[in-house]
Ligand binder design. Structure first.
Ligand SMILES: Nc1nc2c(ncn2[C@@H]2O[C@H](COP(=O)(O)OP(=O)(O)O)[C@@H](O)[C@H]2O)c(=O)[nH]1
Ligand SMILES: [Mg+2]
Ligand SMILES: [Zn+2]
Length: 297
């Protein structure tokens, strides 16, 4: 039976791309609905052909997923590129760190892409570099308006399903249009888009690049909650903490108030960036509050 990838789903129809048959319009077997499984963009599926002339078929089976994102709803995502504008809109570093943690939680490789470097002084960029260069994340600095830096970015997208996420207006759609070599995504200033956005519902859709990489644009969001992270696991989602873990004086050290804490020492001597650590403390307190509330009920 042929295999393919769900590129998008609209109104009960799924568009499957397969190397042999091209794009096939499929319905899903009723059995999926019964099991409460809906094919998602990114799903690898087996399908049968119903009509070769009309290119229609039926999804027979959804293969096991390596990851599942909820916002946007996409399966088998391998990379999350968090796009941050160095200026306009002002970077939201809490949002950035939340997204990095979420990717790690879902077994997806996080990548940070700082865009609009033409809008900022070298000093601002140096400050951002200082905070993130020791984290172990892959960093990209880009001006979506020029051609610089796109070859490297294109290279890492090959053989991956990559979601581009970030605040509205940071340049996600501009970057994807440049990568695709065509204006496939709607771009523009935030104010125009809010107007237009009212009339359109958007579904996640996979876009295929010339090197075979699959990418997904997401509309920006104003809020993004940290969900599903266990309080005691938060430290594991900070790559720059990993080498220090297990070496604090206390077993199960939260790295907040305990004495002889190796993580805090690393912050003091600059191995771990102070801003990153402060946001860790912020998330830790939030998760702790949520946990305490759950127990009180
Ligand atoms: N100066 C500058 N403007 C950019 C850059 N990238 C995108 N923009 C502009 O920022 C605005 C928002 O871009 P858009 O791609 O729609 O952002 P999205 O909401 O993240 O998809 C548009 O007016 C773009 O032309 C860049 O690197 N430099
Ligand atoms: Mg956009
Ligand atoms: Zn500690």
């Amino acid at each position: 039976m042929p295999l393919g990838v769900v590129m998008k789903g609209i109104g009960g129809f799924y568009y499957i791309k397969s190397s042999f048959h091209g794009i096939i319009e499929c319905k899903a077997r009723g059995i999926f609905r019964k099991d409460d499984i809906i094919p998602l963009p990114g799903d690898k599926v087996s399908f049968s052909i119903i009509d070769t002339n009309k290119n229609t078929g039926l999804i027979e089976e959804i293969l096991p997923r390596s990851s599942e994102l909820v916002r946007p709803a996409v399966a088998n995502v391998t990379q999350l590129v968090v796009v941050v504008a160095v200026k306009s809109p002002q970077p939201d570093f809490l949002l950035l760190d939340k997204m990095l943690i979420t990717a790690s939680l879902k077994n997806i490789k996080p990548i940070i892409l700082f865009n609009k470097i033409d809008r900022s002084s070298g000093q601002d960029i140096e400050r951002i570099k200082k905070v993130y260069e020791n984290t172990g994340y892959d960093l990209f600095f880009l001006c979506a308006k020029s051609h610089e830096g796109f070859d490297d970015l294109m290279g890492i997208l090959k053989e991956n399903i990559t979601v581009f996420a970030g605040q509205s207006g940071v340049g996600k759609s501009t970057i994807l249009n440049r990568l695709a070599g065509a204006a496939v995504m709607e771009t523009g200033e935030v104010s125009d888009k809010i107007e237009r956005g009212r009339h359109t519902t958007r579904h996640a859709e996979l876009l295929e690049l010339s090197n075979g990489g699959l990418v997904v644009d997401t509309p920006g969001f104003s809020s993004f909650e940290l969900t599903g992270v266990e309080l005691n696991d938060l430290e594991l989602h900070y790559p720059e903490f990993i080498n220090h873990l297990g070496r604090c004086r206390f077993n199960g050290c939260s790295h907040i108030n305990e004495p002889d804490c190796v993580v805090k020492e690393a912050v003091e001597n600059g191995d771990i960036d102070n801003e990153r650590y402060e946001r860790f403390v912020h998330f830790y307190s939030l998760l702790k509050k949520q946990k305490d509330q759950r127990y009180r009920k």
